[in-house]
Design a protein around this ligand. Structure first.
Ligand code: AMP
Ligand code: MG
Length: 412
């Protein structure tokens, strides 16, 4: 049986980045930029005022104070969005609003709070140095600058910055379509009849959500009965997507046909079974150049396997350089006995106590207990050579929920 590391390396070695597409800026949130962005003009375009106040010459303000204000003649008024046509002369001040371009001849802006207007003149109560309260042309983005490099995942601040240089269309990596098949005769869909020992296919929904969360486009193939014919038909439909994932039917049971059917359709199996818990019976292979994952059926196993293997694959396909969940180091709070020889992923709750991450389990770790995944904000990763974790031990945790933390109070 191969290790988690080997399995991950094998998968990633078969994953290729998808092609690129041009999308409107509004639609680019969460995609990965596929071009270097070069700014074609300065932002801000001109030196402009950072304050409401008066544009002036610093030399006219030398020695100004409460007792001995500098008195300047107001030459006019300039709102934001307009330019002054006149050269500011010695002894003059131009009333100016935040964002308005500083007129020629002025080299400083006095805050309104340090002045008093008086009958066409302004008294300035403070000496202000040259360059004060002026935002320089290009100080945010300068013409010719590489604003963003390809490979970043686009966040709202990127979108705002791209808008400020008029990038209405951006080139991004395509998002993979991910076909999701749930297998099992015991399954019904959310609106199906579950009165006779049937269970609702929760995997369909958790996997759809995981695909979406990670930038893929889910394609729901629904539920496939445990017959080769049905599964064959469903997987053939899945071949229209970029990635195929199934859950269930991949273990050693009498009705576990997923591997056989995929192989009959031409799957080149790369591995089956990974030395981990939960999630051991995982099959991975390539079919018609597309990666196919046979995830285990147990709801927690399916999610944990997705986290470890499908998530990095989707992210690599979308051009993301950041494949993995954030990993933190914390202190275990309780004793935990485990079976040596496998990598364990323990559902846990990370909190912050006195500036330190502390880690407790969510309780019973049965792989059918899906609600524990909802309680957990992380997966404690316990290496193969350990058979226990003791209180006070240092442990590694993959963070599943970026909102984690001990306090949910505002920062101020
Ligand atoms: P299997 O690997 O097909 O034997 O499935 C293992 C366990 O996971 C069984 O108890 C199944 O009922 C359960 N299971 C399989 N598929 C799903 C699903 N889509 N949603 C919820 N539970 C499932
Ligand atoms: Mg089954």
């Amino acid at each position: 049986m191969i290790s988690v590391e080997e399995a991950l390396n094998t998968i990633l070695s078969h994953i290729k980045i998808l092609g690129t597409e041009r999308v409107s800026l509004q639609d680019s949130l969460g995609s990965v930029l596929a071009e270097d962005i070069i700014a074609s003009f300065n932002v801000p375009p001109l030196d402009n005022s950072a304050m409401d106040g008066y544009a002036a010459k610093a030399e006219d303000l030398q020695g100004a104070s409460e007792q001995n204000p500098a008195k300047l003649k107001i030459s006019g008024e300039l709102p934001a969005g307009y330019r002054s046509k006149n050269l500011l002369k010695k002894g003059e001040a131009l009333r100016i609003m935040t964002g308005a371009p500083v007129p020629e001849g002025a080299d400083t802006v006095v805050m309104q709070e340090d002045t008093r207007e008086d009958n066409g003149n302004v008294e300035v109560f403070k000496e202000v140095k040259s360059g004060t309260n002026i935002r320089r042309a290009g100080e945010d983005i300068s013409e010719g600058q590489v604003l963003f490099k390809k490979g970043i995942r686009i966040r709202p601040a990127h979108i705002g910055s791209l808008a400020s240089i008029k990038k209405a269309l951006v080139s991004v990596y395509q998002r993979p379509r991910v076909a999701i098949l749930s297998t099992g005769d015991e399954l019904v869909d959310i609106d199906g009849d579950n009165s006779d020992g049937k269970i609702v296919s929760s995997n369909t929904y958790s996997l759809l959500a995981l695909v979406k969360e990670n930038g893929g486009i889910p394609v729901n193939l629904g539920i496939g009965r445990d017959t080769k014919e049905v599964l064959k038909e469903k997987f053939l439909e899945g071949l229209h997507s970029d990635i195929i994932i199934s859950s269930g039917g991949v273990s050693v049971g009498d009705y576990d046909f997923v591997k056989d059917v995929l192989q009959e359709l031409g799957l080149e199996m790369k591995f089956w079974k990974v030395s981990m818990r939960p999630g051991q019976p995982l099959a991975f292979g390539m079919i018609e150049g597309k990666p196919a994952f046979g995830l285990p059926g147990n709801p927690v196993s399916a999610m944990v396997s997705f986290e470890q293997f499908v998530r990095p694959a989707i992210r690599k396909m979308t051009g993301d350089q950041n494949l993995f969940r954030p990993l933190i180091t914390g202190i275990a709070k309780e004793e935990l006995k485990i079976k040596k020889g496998k990598k364990h992923f323990i559902r846990c709750v990370v909190t912050i106590e006195e500036g330190q991450y502390t880690v407790s389990t969510t309780g019973a770790q049965g792989s059918g207990m899906l609600t524990s995944m909802a309680v957990a904000n992380g997966l404690m990763v316990v290496p193969e050579d350990k058979n226990c974790v003791n209180p006070g031990d240092t442990v590694k945790v993959q963070i599943l929920d970026s909102d984690f933390g001990a306090t949910k109070e505002p920062a101020y």
